[in-house]
Ligand binder design. Structure first.
Ligand code: ADP
Ligand code: MG
Ligand code: ZN
Length: 201
């Protein structure tokens, strides 16, 4: 939970964690409070499923807030307009130079709040989240509840499906897992060791 807000400057907040850790809920909570403070708020999410241009960000607990689907980071910069607060959900799926865009928005005085997965289903850092966390004034890392044993969980376990890094899904496709219960795919340790997953995998 974040109880501080910037005064008179822009800044960047990152909310990260595994699936089901409450990132979208926390993003919605902060954005609602900004609205209560009469701030001008705009929310973006990646256009992975682009049936409508305008759509909600929705948490697993069915909280929702209207948002704008974008295809790239550049579109966020173009459409942020005069908003004082810019929220971005599922940041790990937004293509382009998101780091450069949010840096410019924050430098121009906007409060930028980003939510996204810090690691993929193999437990490998999910770009550009690591760089965004370094750029941020405030980073919040949330834990889920391990679906298997109930312990605090920081990993996203893929239950079914292939080996594509991006595979949109929810309950049924993924589970939150703790360190003990997480079962990484066979080859991920080897690939991480070779550093191959960090460039263009
Ligand atoms: P995220 O955006 O991080 O995937 P959400 O904010 O969408 O998470 O959803 C969080 C909500 O999901 C929780 O408040 C709870 O109602 C529900 N939930 C379902 N499974 C779990 C779990 N294993 N751990 C924690 N919350 C869970
Ligand atoms: Mg979410
Ligand atoms: Zn567990």
């Amino acid at each position: 939970m974040l109880n501080v807000v910037p005064k008179g400057t822009g800044w960047l907040e990152v909310i990260c964690g595994c699936m089901f850790s409450g990132k979208t809920e926390e993003l919605i909570r902060r954005l609602r409070r900004a609205r209560i403070a009469r701030m001008d708020v705009v929310i973006f999410k990646p256009g992975i499923d682009e049936r409508y241009e305008l759509d909600d960000i929705v948490s697993h607990s069915e909280q929702r807030l209207e948002s704008i689907r974008v295809e790239s980071a550049r579109e966020i910069e173009e459409r942020a307009g005069n908003a004082q607060v810019v929220g971005i959900d599922e940041a790990q799926f937004i293509s382009g130079d998101l780091l450069g865009v949010v840096r410019r928005l924050a430098n121009r005085g906007k409060r930028v709040i980003i939510s996204g997965l810090d690691t993929d289903y193999r437990g490998v850092p999910f770009e550009p989240m690591p760089a965004l966390m370094c750029e941020a004034e405030v980073v919040t890392k949330l834990l889920a509840v391990c679906h298997r044993c109930g312990a605090p969980a920081h990993r996203t376990q893929r239950i079914r499906g292939g080996r594509d890094r991006v595979q949109v899904g929810g309950q049924g496709e993924y589970e939150a897992r703790c360190r003990t219960c997480f079962e990484p795919p066979d080859d991920s340790g080897e690939l991480v060791g070779q550093g191959r997953l960090f460039n263009g995998d």
